[in-house]
Design a protein around this ligand. Sequence first.
Ligand code: AP5
Length: 223
Amino acid sequence: KVQLPKSLRMIIMGPPGSGKGTQAPKIADKYCVCHLSTGDMLRAAVAEGTALGKEAKVIMEAGGLVSDEIMVNMIKENLGNQECKNGFVLDGFPRTVVQAEKLDEMLDKNNTPLEHAVELVIDDQLLVARITGRLVHSRSGRSYHKIFNPPKVHMTDDITGEPLIQRADDNEQTLKKRLASYHSSTKPVTEYYRKRGIFSEVDAARSQVAVWQSLMAIFSSKN
Ligand code: AP5
């Protein structure tokens, strides 16, 4: 008898380069839930050259945050997708306490409360090497690393064979600003979820496999 995967409704948070985009698609695959990455959605809007994309490009390249209103609407539109019926992994959202409150309002309406909020915890100084070595497949958001997780063929996506790129905001100067936004605006979100009793931390300075195992332990212990 085929057993349907358990549903899962979670957010994965952590500073730039902590491994959200590496772990989130794998979680989504395992639990048959959707992976919504607000960073990927914004980069798609930038690539399409929409009005929102033009506005977001300037903010992202400066390491700032796009407005709560825009981001909340973006998530609202996507959570209704068929692929999110069994649950979701939100990656890069919420990034402010206001976004977290609005997300709760949305989920409460549908009687589908958040089950887990996980923070990937890692020291700022370890993130420079991760970010400056990152290679990305733009269309899927798949990420590689020049040294820690190289593609099979130089600068080429393993799955599609398409070229990999480096993100415009992946330089040391912008990283400093992105880290500052994380500490001032996003870190308070951890306290919000701690109070709700659904918060867990994972040490993200370890290997990808070790991080994955910690995530699996969290989901199986609380489900
Ligand atoms: P976003 O795309 O969300 O960027 P970010 O939070 O800065 O996170 P990153 O994508 O840089 O890192 P990651 O944690 O996914 O790391 P990865 O797995 O790739 O947002 C970009 C911008 O959009 C924001 O700055 C903001 O302007 C805007 N924005 C987005 N959402 C918003 C919102 N809600 N509100 C307002 N503004 C918003 O890993 C990094 C590298 O390390 C990779 O090369 C990977 O291969 C490697 N790696 C991963 N894990 C390990 C490991 N365990 N060991 C060694 N290497 C590893």
